[in-house]
Design a protein around this ligand. Structure first.
Ligand code: MRU
Length: 336
């Protein structure tokens, strides 16, 4: 089952694995309207930058179909597309996916769908290419030996169209026999690490341990980790990379302890319109994600939170950025 796909039978619908319920329940959501898709995106039923790119593109296909079936006006079509495009602000892939296929609207729903499915296929191929490039780079840097890799959030099959970005490099290394163990940050507050990455690693038979986000720095300083691999939601021209909250702290600790810190992401995550990460819009989420745990209040009633969903890792803390095209080595004044 693909993380996100399109069901052409009947009235047409988007199908996706409901990531809010994993790992204990595997349920497929059938999305029939763009409003349902926006809700699925905002509540993280579907998430991860490349998967959001595919969701954006398939969402436009759904809008094209419904507008034809229900005779929408151009204003209704435009407003549905803008709402979808803005459903979450940080991952550039969502708006990118929408923009890639919107020009096909004039050719009808099946042209939009064809383009959207091509984006999904290309993302899958990109996963494999960056997996190979990242694995080769790391083995060159660390030497050909079994590696202990720390990762943050979820960058695997659930976040992409095939086997992942940073997690794709881990899968490639594992297939080549070069993984000793993966340290998966639990990824507070929504636990993408312990719920999703750990699930993918256990399904793949890759040895792993979950650590609280707060233990990452001490693991790095204790000599337990050979390299850090993370994904990205938006990368600026100078290499500054937005990713799940907590990534910045891991990067600073990795730099201080002399451990390679790689960002692995498709070219579509690079936003060359932005000179630096200071221009990246960061999504802030509800207090309840921090004040409650699994629906139960854990903080005093009415407690407020500081709950950014992402942070920006400055290029100076990043050893290299791996895409499907190449490995960008970062440095002062370098533009990617
Ligand atoms: O809030 P999320 O779960 O969508 O955040 C996802 C991340 O930060 C991922 O690391 C990033 O999108 C890369 S996914 C290959």
């Amino acid at each position: 089952m693909r993380t996100i796909d399109f069901l052409e039978q009947g009235d047409g619908a988007i199908t996706l694995i409901d990531q809010r319920l994993l790992p204990h329940e595997k349920k497929i959501l059938t999305i029939k309207t763009h409003q349902e898709l926006i809700e699925a995106i905002q509540t993280l039923a579907v998430r991860g930058a490349p998967a959001l790119g595919v969701a954006g593109a398939l969402g436009v296909a759904l809008i094209a179909l419904r507008s034809q079936q229900q005779g929408w006006s151009q204003v209704e079509i435009d407003s549905a597309i803008s709402a979808l495009r803005a459903a979450r602000p940080t991952a550039v892939n969502l708006a990118w996916g929408v923009d890639q296929v919107t020009p096909e609207l004039v050719n009808g729903p099946s042209s939009v769908l064809k383009s959207a499915l091509a984006i999904s296929r290309a993302d899958g191929l990109a996963n494999r290419a960056m997996g190979k490039l990242g694995a080769a780079y790391l083995l060159d840097k660390c030497g050909e030996r079994k590696l202990r890799i720390l990762t943050h959030c979820n960058t695997g099959s659930l976040a992409t169209s095939d086997w992942g970005t940073a997690l794709g490099v881990i899968r490639e290394l594992s297939e080549q026999g070069y993984i000793e163990e993966v340290f998966a940050d639990e990824t507070r507050p929504l636990l993408q690490g312990s719920r999703l990455t750990a699930w993918e690693l256990s399904e793949a038979g890759i040895k792993y341990r979950i650590l609280p986000d707060g233990a990452a720095a001490s693991a790095l300083f204790s000599g337990l980790i050979d390299a850090v691999l993370i994904g990205a939601d938006r990368i600026a021209r100078n290499g500054d990379s937005a990713n799940k909250i907590g990534s910045l702290g891991v990067a600073v600790a990795a730099k201080e302890s002399g451990i390679p810190f790689l960002v692995v992401a498709p070219e579509s995550t690079i936003d060359r319109s932005l000179a630096s990460g200071a221009e990246i819009e960061i999504e802030f989420r509800a207090d309840s994600e921090v004040t409650h745990f699994a629906g139960n209040a854990v903080a005093p009633l009415g407690a407020k939170s500081y709950n950014p969903a992402f942070d920006v890792t400055l290029a100076r803390y990043i050893t290299a950025i791996v895409t499907e095209k190449c490995v960008y080595n970062l440095g002062a004044g370098v533009e990617i």
